[in-house]
Each structure stands twice: as C-alpha cells, then as structure tokens.
Ligand binder design. Structure first.
Ligand SMILES: O=P(O)(O)O[C@H]1O[C@H](CO)[C@@H](O)[C@H]1O
Ligand SMILES: O=c1cc[nH]c(=O)[nH]1
Length: 324
C-alpha cells in the first residue's frame, strides 16, 4: 500500500486540528495520552515511524485501526501482514501493495492491513518503549477507539519445551517486581506492568485440540539482556555457577513465571497506563531448565514463530465476525 505518496499533506496549517477535543463521552472512548504538553504543540512528529501530524491526516489514514500487532523483527511482521491479509480477506486498494509505511524512518517496519497494523519493535525495553510512545500517540491522533495491542514474540520457556505458547498474565522486571521502572528527571518512576486477563483467557481458549502446541497463561520475566540478565551460562561473561542458574530459574518457576523475554514490562506498563487492552503471546524456543543455546533448525523456528500469529489471527477474525 503506497501510503506515503497517497496522503502527504504538506499544509502545516491543518496541524492543530489533529489535536482533538470533542465531547466528554467521546473523549472517554479514545485512548489516553496523559500528557498536557501534547495539546499545546502545534504539530507532532512521530519521528521513528516516519509519520507526523504536519504531513499526514492521521485520522484519515489510521482511524479504522482496531488491532496493533508488534513483534521483534521486520521479517516476522511483514510475514504476519501477509498472513493476516489472507486470513481476513483484505484486498489492498487497486494498484497498491503492502508496503513498509515506516521504511524511511530506518528504525521499525510497519504494515497496514485494513484494521490491523503489523509493526516491528526491535530488541529490548528501550526499543519497544520508543515505538510504544509513538504508536499510542498515533492511536490518539488518529482518534482510534478501543484498539487492542498484541506482542507476538519468542521467549525462553521455564519448564515448557520449545514450540509451545505462553500468554503473559503479569510481567515482572529483573528484580521480580511487577513494575516497569525508569529514571525520569533523576528519580525512579514506577508503573505497574499489567495485562488484560480476559483477553489472555480469550486467546488461550482459541487453542484447538488439534494444534501441535499447548498454550499456558503464566507470569513473564522481562530481562534487560539475553545472556547474564536471563541467567545464561553461554554469554561472553559469566560469574555464577550452573547450580546458581538452576536455583534462580526454579525460584522463578515456583513464583509462577513460565517464560523469559525482553519487552513485557514496558509493553504491559505503557498499554495499561494508556487504558489499552493488551496481550503478550510468545512461543518458547527452548526450555531454559534444559539449556541455554537455541539450536532448533531454522525451519522449526519459522514454524514455531507462526504459532502466536495463528492464535492472534483467530482472535482478530472472531472480533471482525469472520469465520475461522
Ligand atoms: O522474538 P522477539 O519478539 O523479537 O523477542 C525476543 O527475542 C529477542 C531476543 O532474541 C528479545 O527481543 C526477546 O524479547
Ligand atoms: O531464551 C530466550 C529466547 C528468546 N528470547 C529471549 O529473550 N530469551
């Protein structure tokens, strides 16, 4: 879809109209940005996704969005865009293709498939955090009502073998706390990392008896690192023993943690703060109680990575009243 060239609006006099007011009832339906400074800004540039109120009519372009799906890699999110296009029977406008809307930002890839946005977030909390700020503002500027956000990811399982799905009930930081903490103006700002429990259950219930995976709802540990931060023994550095590692992972498991990845706390915290229903659906690449190295085949991993996409697609189709 050739979004950029179709909708460029170089007339910056229209900028202010992007900042909506409206009735109190209407405002309640819209998502909350909770930033009084935004209202006073004449324009807002969403720098990393290469969009902005100065250049585009974001409401005309994105006002129909209902689902925002995020995942680490551009390739996965392109694949998901094509998958969901077929699943929901979306036909791009004549003469257009699914094109990377944020290509010129050189940071993230984003594809619009009717009411679905498929966007890559990179690795780790800072990367997805920047994207979340801009995606939440995009929803605000586009006046999207009640969007649902998903993270479609991969993770290490704890007591769960590779190829199975874990849906996050609660995200914990590396200290085991259910918060996203950030130094702001030199002080610790803490926000609860909450996810929507009904949405998690709805997604789990879409697993079919014939699916070649199990779906578990459990807590997710969000690490700031893939190696030492996840208790691996195979990084360039390691100052603990295998016994220390197993004791740590066993303690996490006893506390209800079923997987480890690297974005859950900020994904939970920022969506919750914005009043957005959100879920994290990850496939396990290995059982961390049995090892650290990811040595499944490329083909196997590709098939596994498609599993969270299938579950989320079933949810989207149900919501759009399309038969499965
Ligand atoms: O598979 P994705 O969604 O990229 O996420 C997981 O994979 C990355 C590490 O390999 C981290 O970003 C982790 O959260
Ligand atoms: O072990 C794993 C696998 C995928 N992603 C992670 O962050 N950790």
């Amino acid at each position: 879809m050739v979004l950029q060239s179709n909708i460029s609006n170089p007339c910056n006099k229209k900028c202010k109209s992007q900042f909506h007011g409206g009735t109190e009832a209407r405002k309640k339906e819209l998502i909350h940005v909770k930033n009084p400074h935004l209202e006073r800004m004449p324009c807002d540039t969403l720098y990393h996704i290469h969009l902005g109120t100065e250049y585009q009519d974001l409401q005309a372009l994105f006002g129909d969005i209902k689902f925002v799906c995020m995942g680490g890699t551009p390739a996965r999110m392109k694949e998901f865009a094509h998958f969901i296009k077929n699943e929901i029977g979306y036909i791009p406008p004549y003469g257009t293709t699914l094109e990377d809307i944020s290509k010129l930002g050189h940071r993230y890839s984003m594809f619009k498939v009717g009411p679905v946005l498929s966007v890559s977030h990179g690795m780790g909390v800072p990367s997805i955090g920047i994207l979340l700020h801009e995606m939440i503002k995009l929803m605000y500027h586009a006046q999207v009502k009640d969007p649902v956000f998903f993270r479609i990811g991969t993770c290490g399982g704890i007591g769960i073998e590779g190829g199975n799905i874990v849906i996050t009930s609660e995200a914990l930081n590396g200290y085991g706390e259910p918060n996203f903490d950030l130094p702001v103006l030199g002080k610790k700002m803490s926000r609860p990392a909450k996810l929507d429990s009904n949405l998690a259950m709805d997604l789990k219930n879409l697993t079919l008896p014939e699916d070649p995976w199990d779906t578990t709802i459990g807590k997710t540990m969000c690490a700031d690192d893939f190696y030492e931060g996840q208790g691996r023994l195979d990084g360039a550095f390691c100052e603990y023993s295998e016994a220390d590692k197993i004791a740590y992972l066993t303690k996490l498991h006893k506390n209800g943690v079923r997987n480890i990845e690297m974005e859950a706390v900020i994904f939970g915290a920022l969506t919750h703060h914005a009043g957005i229903r959100a879920a994290i659906v990850c496939v396990t690449l290995l059982n961390r109680l049995n090892g650290d190295q990811i040595n499944s085949t490329r083909e196997e991993r590709d098939e596994w990575q498609a599993r969270p996409q299938k579950l989320v697609s079933r949810y989207i189709k149900n919501q759009l009243n399309l038969s499965s």
